[in-house]
Design a protein around this ligand. Sequence first.
Ligand SMILES: Nc1nc2c(ncn2[C@@H]2O[C@H](COP(=O)(O)OP(=O)(O)OP(=O)(O)O)[C@@H](O)[C@H]2O)c(=O)[nH]1
Ligand SMILES: [Mg+2]
Length: 385
Amino acid sequence: MDGQRADAPARAVIVGVALSDVDATAASDSLDELAQLTTSAGAGLVGRTLVRRARPDPAYFIGRGKVDEIRQLVAENGADAVVFDVPLSPGQQRNLERALGIAVLDRTALILNIFAQRAQSREGKLQVELARLEHLSTRLVRGWTHLERQRGGLGKTGGPGEKQIELDRRQIAQRVKLLRERLKTLQRQRRTQRRARLRCDVFTVSLVGYTNAGKSTLFNALTRAQVLAADQLFATLDTTVRRCYLDGAGEVVLSDTVGFIRGLPHQLVAAFKSTLEESVQADLLLHVVDAAAPARQAHIEVVQRVLTEIGADHVPQLLVFNKIDRLPRAPAVERDPYGTIHAVFVSAATGLGLQELRAAIVERLMTARSTDAVAEAVIRTELAV
Ligand SMILES: Nc1nc2c(ncn2[C@@H]2O[C@H](COP(=O)(O)OP(=O)(O)OP(=O)(O)O)[C@@H](O)[C@H]2O)c(=O)[nH]1
Ligand SMILES: [Mg+2]
């Protein structure tokens, strides 16, 4: 089975849905982002529409009338796929595919598709394949069997029968087991490397943030590395680790990693746990934010949620507002009531504010070391008593 196939649509129509309990601007922002995701997947964007609805329709998510409008949009623009910005149930996806006569994807499927195209390292490829198979298996279990049985009853041919689905499901389960075992081996190797670093007592800093915030650009600026930085979503999938020298603190280890996004498939988060472990184990997270993005507050919240999901919400954070070259003006740093720097304003592209960022990292490192020293002293005193 080829879990890595990345059959990206060539010409796509995108559809957003503004439900009455969701703010219409949020739905429109999200659709803009879906447009970026679509082009990042290598597809051309040939049409877009934002549908308003009180609540999802069980069969099509949107109304029949809208389905007809979209079919027209598809025909006019010669589209070969429709991408929905909302999570479709397997049944809704199948119904829409039948009604529209072309491939229908949702945000989750599109993100999985991009990840499959981008995965480079062995670990990255295994993780993406695992996520795709787990996504597929939920579709086979919940929706397909029922639908296929119905279709068989109607006497139509084509499509897998119940036996085939059972077989596919068993094959998927076997492959998932194998992938998990392979990933576990790689995870052990990664842990050994990390333990070696910890033994050297090196302070580790991990870059996290929304996709396209400028993490890789900042990583390159701080370490003079050559990680790919590009104006596309999910340019980075693999974690890169580099040492970098900071005046007044010596060497620290910096890692750049995959970005987050709203609606990140939970299968992906689970599959990328080992890659993301670098962040969970870090001494400090640099939470990079695109300060010029209108939705930056929403981005921060999404990142916090994913950090909680991967168990990294306990790691101290420093907010790094990036791309300030695009803002009319910005402060250099922001301090909390205790005087600790909690946000730094930089431009990874021009180098503005990087000196302040380095100083803020050193400040955090010193605090961490003195806290460690105090803790150690307390333990010693307790032992002596
Ligand atoms: N104007 C401006 N653009 C920047 C700055 N930093 C990064 N960029 C641009 O923002 C885009 C994304 O940068 P990346 O460094 O690839 O972002 P990332 O956070 O690593 O993104 P993913 O790996 O896709 O999650 C690129 O086009 C960069 O050139 C900045 O300080 N100012
Ligand atoms: Mg990157």
